[in-house]
Write a protein that binds this ligand. Structure first.
Ligand SMILES: NC(=O)c1ccc[n+]([C@@H]2O[C@H](COP(=O)([O-])OP(=O)(O)OC[C@H]3O[C@@H](n4cnc5c(N)ncnc54)[C@H](OP(=O)(O)O)[C@@H]3O)[C@@H](O)[C@H]2O)c1
Length: 284
């Protein structure tokens, strides 16, 4: 019997991965890790073992990983603290005798110019150094990063950014979660560059929103500095505005493009397109 665990199971990607894993293996072979186990009562009712695991409290991690064979470590969201947090999970996995670890990294982590990539590179290095057989799930940007802000786009008729004509091979959390579950269930080692089958520019995206909504929406490209200032102007904290503006600018250099087809191969279906994602977002 193999025991599968997901760390970060309470998150938006984690729930997608957990749902997909439960279509592949028996719930009683699944451990969902959470710093607040109460968030997963619905899964506990299905027979999933829900255990306390706080990346900032290493003692909880040792107990949480007891008996686990295959672990999916979903990267945390505390930017700046993540290498230490992930390192604590990897150390605990090693101590618990975990035999396979999959980690959600960033697209082309080894060469990505995006500032956020550094913590992923450092985490990947810790995983490699641990000697545990592993999979690096180098996830593209979520489609939801773009479809999540359609309301202001429709209100003001503008989507702004610093992405230029960079092609974006985004993918939905549902597709990336399914890929993570597939890799976890089958223990598929290696580097997986996971991106959408097709790519769009921000201009394509705005044009599609306009076409589907019947309202005028255009993409306005800005310099990275101007975009950062605009984000700060609408209330984003400085470091988040800097992070978003950096990621947007690096998109213009091709940082979010990939055409390996590895994601659709893993999930056994074409990835959701931006046209489908926009239609789904406009329908709610
Ligand atoms: N590819 C992209 O476009 C993109 C965009 C944003 C983020 N990301 C990365 O991908 C990850 C997953 O995305 P997501 O959308 O699922 O993010 P999310 O909804 O914010 O989920 C983050 C998960 O990390 C857990 N977590 C954070 N700190 C923790 C700690 N100290 N101990 C234990 N668990 C902790 C959260 O638990 P709680 O429920 O307790 O908060 C949650 O389960 C993010 O955390 C981030 O690293 C990728």
């Amino acid at each position: 019997m193999t025991v599968y665990a997901i760390a970060g199971a309470t998150g938006q990607l984690g729930r997608k991965a957990l749902d997909d894993l439960l279509t592949r293996v028996d719930p009683t072979d699944v451990v969902a890790l959470a710093r607040d186990p109460a968030k997963l009562v619905d899964y506990a009712e299905q027979g999933v073992a829900v255990r306390l695991a706080d990346y900032d409290a290493p003692a909880t991690l040792t107990a949480a990983l007891a008996g686990v064979d295959n672990l999916l470590l979903i990267s945390g969201n505390a930017v700046g603290a993540r290498v230490a947090q992930h390192g604590a999970v990897i150390d605990a996995a090693k101590a618990a005798g975990v035999s396979f670890i999959a980690y959600t990294s960033i697209l082309h982590a080894d060469e990505s110019p995006i500032g956020l990539a550094q913590e992923h590179r450092d985490t990947e290095a810790l995983i490699v150094a641990s000697g545990i057989p592993h999979a690096l799930l180098r996830n593209t940007w979520y489609m939801e990063n773009y479809t999540g802000s359609l309301a202001p786009a429709l209100q003001f008729g503008v989507i702004s950014g610093a992405a230029g004509d960079g092609r974006i091979a985004a993918a939905t959390r549902a597709d990336l979660g399914a890929a993570a579950a597939a890799v976890l269930a089958d223990g598929i080692t290696g580097v997986h560059e996971l991106a959408g089958d097709s790519a769009f520019t921000m201009g394509d995206f705005a044009a599609e929103v306009a076409a589907q909504s019947g309202k005028p929406v255009a993409y306005v490209n800005m310099t990275q500095a101007d975009y950062q200032a605009q984000l700060e102007g609408v209330g984003l904290p400085g470091f988040i505005a800097a992070m978003v503006a950096d990621s947007s600018f690096q998109t213009s250099t091709g940082a979010l493009f990939d055409d390996s087809g590895a994601l659709s191969a893993l999930i056994g279906r074409p990835t959701a397109t931006y046209q489908q994602a926009i239609a789904a977002a406009l329908a709610v």
